[in-house]
Design a protein around this ligand. Sequence first.
Ligand code: FES
Ligand code: FES
Length: 179
Amino acid sequence: MSYSSTTKHGATGAPAAPPPTSTVTLKINGVDTKLQLAPWTSLLDALREYADLTGTKKGCDHGQCGACTVLVNGKRINSCLTLAVMQEGNEITTIEGLGTQEKLHPLQQAFIDHDAFQCGYCTPGQICSAVGLINEGKARTEDEIRELMSGNLCRCGAYVGILNAVKEVVDSKNSEPRR
Ligand code: FES
Ligand code: FES
């Protein structure tokens, strides 16, 4: 009796065809970035693996930890739960687009000032999420901030510092004169 394998090669014996890709143009941190992607590539993988923006972190890859949070048109989303092709034409902001080493974003500075990270793995997602929370304008009290940041998990338990950092920036925004 003879066996034939069809795992590496098709039924014809020819090598399996590479997966189909297409050019996707994503506006990331203000820059139009052309990427060659398979249609099922998540935004998270597009950022990390194809655009070399590894600031956005992969935790659970299932929408449960918030490590992959980025901003799309100013709103926070879990980048592991959306396909890159769905984000063409949108403004994507990652942690790399929020501040520079010379001029940190106020939340980046507040996280340093309040010792709001230990391993730092959740930090980019926490900061992007906090920017989205401030854009939403809903959180004023500590309880509201805790509730609205609850999608971002930190395994080290740096929550007290995170809360203090976010609260400081929320308070400073709320005290700005309204135009
Ligand atoms: S990696 Fe996206 S929510 Fe955990
Ligand atoms: S600082 Fe380590 S997981 Fe948040």
